[in-house]
Design a binder for this molecule. Structure first.
Ligand code: CAA
Length: 287
């Protein structure tokens, strides 16, 4: 039996890390969130504050619950802050060398019993497990965007992840109020294995002039009852993120379904990244 999880460490307090920290704190865990500088930590904690305030304003959370959740979040700039954590979730930039370095450092900083997880959307978990001396305790915990809203957590097990680690991760997901699915450490896991070819196909069809982006979006939204059509979703996730995942899976598999269409690469080169910087397939500069 793995030790029960009570303290959760999060490495990185960007969009994903701050969302993960928030859902953990709302579920009652003590959360230690680490950023590389005081400035980035302050920005990450401010993002959490904004999201908690939004939940209160929407009547999703009582003000007292917000304050209790916030009081459970401790900011840090040093990995030594993870010395008492039972689980550490890595949510740094999607760069394998960086992640391998973080996992080697976590292996030294976190207690021997702690589980180490990556929130990567496309990199192989075994690469990070191999940077530690505890590969049986390493797994993927892939949260969806926006983390506080999406009810799914993908749990990714390598062929070295133990049954105890998997069970502890499933219990953790349940306590967060997420439904978990289990997937082999394989390119794209479940969601991106299906989602990325669909989104790339939409861009290819747009380039071929099959229909306008507005009509593709209307067709999928109204015809299939999806919350967003493909071009709204591409902008929402971020075109650079989509390109990164497509390239990572293509590099590993040479599967043509993951070959990025020229338009996507050119848009990213031109700085059209989606909602995050105000322009992608649609223009958000006036919002
Ligand atoms: N943080 C917290 N809460 C948020 C939020 C955020 N960033 N964005 C929206 N919400 C909440 C709102 O508070 C609202 O709750 P109530 O209706 O209960 O008050 C609810 O979500 C709906 O929000 P809105 O009314 O503002 O907007 P919407 O109805 O258009 O929904 C959406 C927004 C939830 C993002 C919805 O459009 C949606 O589900 N889109 C698809 C998202 C998706 O597919 N995500 C997965 C991406 S793939 C991925 O993440 C994996 C990967 O590796 C790329």
């Amino acid at each position: 039996m793995a030790q029960p999880i009570t303290r959760v460490g999060i490495v990185g307090c960007g969009l994903m890390g701050s969302g993960i920290a928030e859902v953990c704190a709302r579920a009652g865990y003590t959360v230690i969130v680490r950023e590389v500088s005081r400035e980035q930590l302050a920005a990450g904690l401010a993002r959490i504050d904004g999201s908690l305030d939004r939940a209160v304003a929407r009547g999703k959370l009582a003000a007292a619950e917000r304050d209790a959740a916030r009081s459970r979040i401790i900011g840090a700039t040093d990995l030594s802050a993870f010395a008492d954590c039972d689980l550490v979730v890595e949510a740094v930039a999607e760069n394998l060398e960086l992640k391998r370095r973080v996992f080697a450092e976590l292996d030294a900083a976190a207690p021997r019993h702690a589980l180490l997880a990556s929130n990567t959307s496309s990199l192989a978990i075994i690469e990070m497990a191999a940077a530690t001396d505890r590969p049986a305790q390493v797994l993927g915990l892939h949260f969806m965007q926006p983390v506080p809203v999406m009810p799914l957590l993908e749990i990714v097990r390598t062929f070295l992840t133990s049954d105890e680690t998997l069970e502890a991760a499933q219990a953790f997901a349940a306590r967060l109020g997420k439904t978990s699915v289990v997937c082999k450490d394989s390119p794209g896991f479940i969601v991106n294995r299906l989602l990325i070819p669909y989104l790339l196909h939409a861009i290819d069809a747009l380039e071929k002039g099959i229909a306008t982006k507005e009509d593709f979006d209307a067709a999928i939204k109204l015809g299939l009852n999806h919350p967003m059509g493909p071009f709204t979703l591409l902008d929402y996730i971020g075109l650079d993120t989509i390109l990164f995942i497509a390239d990572a899976v293509f590099d590993e598999t040479k599967d043509a379904r993951f070959a990025a269409p020229p338009l996507l690469r050119r848009m990213v080169s031109a700085g059209y990244l989606g909602r995050k910087n105000g322009r992608g397939f649609y223009d958000y500069t006036s919002q």
